[in-house]
Design a protein around this ligand. Structure first.
Ligand code: 6PG
Length: 465
């Protein structure tokens, strides 16, 4: 009996996905370069339909035709090496799925390379961390559609299900589009996280709330329009006690943010294709600034001015903060979807933004009720989210609270790059006239770079001096 699918790589994510597939009644083969991983998986799954393989040829030959091989290896060079390793044993029509966080340009390259060898390559964005992988992740697959249809049932079965029972997995588009959508998901994830962190900072250092009060506020917010996985885990994190000191653990964690690079990829892509995504960029930069801890300590001793602030009505300020977070989130999701829109045009992908919002309703890190509304917004019209019928009224309603909250945060000296960039995106995007006329004049003055006029066609240059 041949296995339905093979999982190559049994690290945290590979192991969880393999168990998830197994739990849905499929037969699998597994392989890992370090044999201890394979052995321990074999022990864990005794009595289940698993073939634990210790060489690549045996692994590939144990799969039913067309062979389906899911790669769960660290993104980067390792993926290329694994592909080269399995290639001699694959045949025309076999399907290789890359379930890692691969860079979409690598996925496009691999897709074309394997297409030339008549092997199907699917780039499969998977979100949800270890728990998601085990119990149902959000899955963003792309590549040849017919090949996708051959693995569709397995991927849908193992994916998260939204409240209406629909699978959070559907075909995204050609080539590297699945990993692109996953990359943008991560960019939004960075921004969403940063917005929450800035709200926490303001409550702690601006409003001087106790950790219990902040925790209750997040709990309350999770029952309303901000309901989301990230708000929920924040409320759970805040009351966790430290096993060493019995303080709250959050107060014992060093404030230096790390990153694996997907937010940086999103930011670079925004620059490359000319789409403004300032809240995502600001969130990546905030991580870099946070990591300069030693310099910040030094600066805090020198730049010791009193910033004042802090005497606000707690109830009103928290209500406004909730609205401000909501408005900032809309602006940040708008940026992510605008990047997807520009990418779809540039790379010639037929992306359905409503379906992408559906994919993110469950299983992934940015899952939230609010994604149902985003789906409805895109079903009605293909426009910038902040201009859609569904959201423009909310922006108009909440923007005064966003503005007044930001003023308070600035008065208190809180570092709020995500919030400010979100408001700046809004104000920039709705500006009929910007100051770029002056900018163009300056470029023409110092470099004869020319400019266009508002009243006649053509390119103009002026002798300014
Ligand atoms: C997911 C996550 C995941 C990501 C981590 C950490 O969707 O499951 O986005 O893919 O790797 O969240 O990312 P950073 O280390 O860059 O913060």
């Amino acid at each position: 009996m041949k296995s339905n699918l093979g999982v190559f790589g049994l690290g945290v994510m590979g192991k969880s996905i393999a168990l998830n597939i197994l739990n849905h009644g499929y037969t699998i083969s597994v392989y890992n370069r370090e044999t201890e991983y394979t052995k321990s998986f074999s022990e864990l799954t005794q009595g289940k339909p698993v073939k634990s393989c210790f060489n690549v040829e045996e692994f590939i030959n144990s799969l039913e035709m067309p062979r389906k091989v899911l790669l769960m290896v660290t993104a980067g060079e390792a993926v290329d090496k694994v592909i080269e390793g399995i290639l001699p044993y694959l045949e025309q029509g076999d399907i290789v799925l890359d379930g890692g966080n691969s860079y979409f340009k690598d996925t496009i390259r691999r897709y074309n390379y394997l297409k030339g060898k008549e092997i199907n390559f699917l780039g499969v964005g998977i979100s949800g961390g270890e728990q998601g992988a085990l119990f149902g992740p959000s899955i963003m697959p792309s590549g040849n559609k017919e090949a996708y249809q051959k693995v569709q049932k397995i991927l849908e079965d193992i994916s998260a299900k939204a409240e209406d029972g629909k699978a959070c997995c559907s075909y995204v588009g050609e080539s590297g589009s699945g990993h692109y959508v996953k990359m943008v998901h991560n960019g939004i994830e960075y921004a969403d996280i940063q917005i929450i962190c800035e709200a926490y900072s303001f409550m702690k250092d601006g409003l001087k709330l106790s950790i219990e009060e902040i925790q209750e506020t997040f709990c309350e917010w999770n029952k309303g329009k901000l309901q989301s996985y990230l708000i929920k885990i924040t409320s759970e994190i805040l009351l966790k006690k430290d096993e060493f000191t019995n303080n709250y653990l959050i107060d014992m964690i060093l404030d230096k943010a790390e990153q694996k690079g997907t937010g940086k990829w999103t930011s670079i892509e925004g620059f490359d294709i000319g789409t403004p995504i300032p809240t995502i960029v600001a969130s990546v930069e905030a991580r870099y600034l946070s990591s300069k801890k030693e310099e910040r300590i030094q600066a805090s001793k020198i730049l010791t001015f009193d910033v004042g602030g802090g005497h606000y009505n707690k109830k009103e300020t928290l209500k406004a903060l909730e609205n401000a977070i909501y408005a900032a989130k809309i602006c940040c999701y708008a940026q992510g979807f605008e990047l997807l829109k520009d990418a779809a045009n540039l790379y010639d992908w037929n992306l359905d933004f409503g379906s992408i919002a559906m994919l993110w309703r469950e299983g992934c890190i940015i899952r939230a009720n609010f994604l149902n509304e985003i789906k409805e917004a895109f079903d009605e019209e293909n426009n910038n989210l902040i201009l859609t019928n569904k959201f423009y009224g909310k922006i108009i309603e909440y923007q005064p609270d966003l503005r007044s909250t930001l003023i308070k945060m600035i008065e208190c000296g809180i570092y709020i790059p995500a919030f400010t960039s979100a408001l700046q995106y809004l104000d920039g995007y709705r500006s009929e006239i910007t100051s770029a006329n002056l900018l163009q004049a300056q470029r023409d003055y110092f470099g004869a770079h020319t400019y266009q006029r508002i009243d006649r066609k053509g390119t103009f240059h002026t002798i300014w001096e």
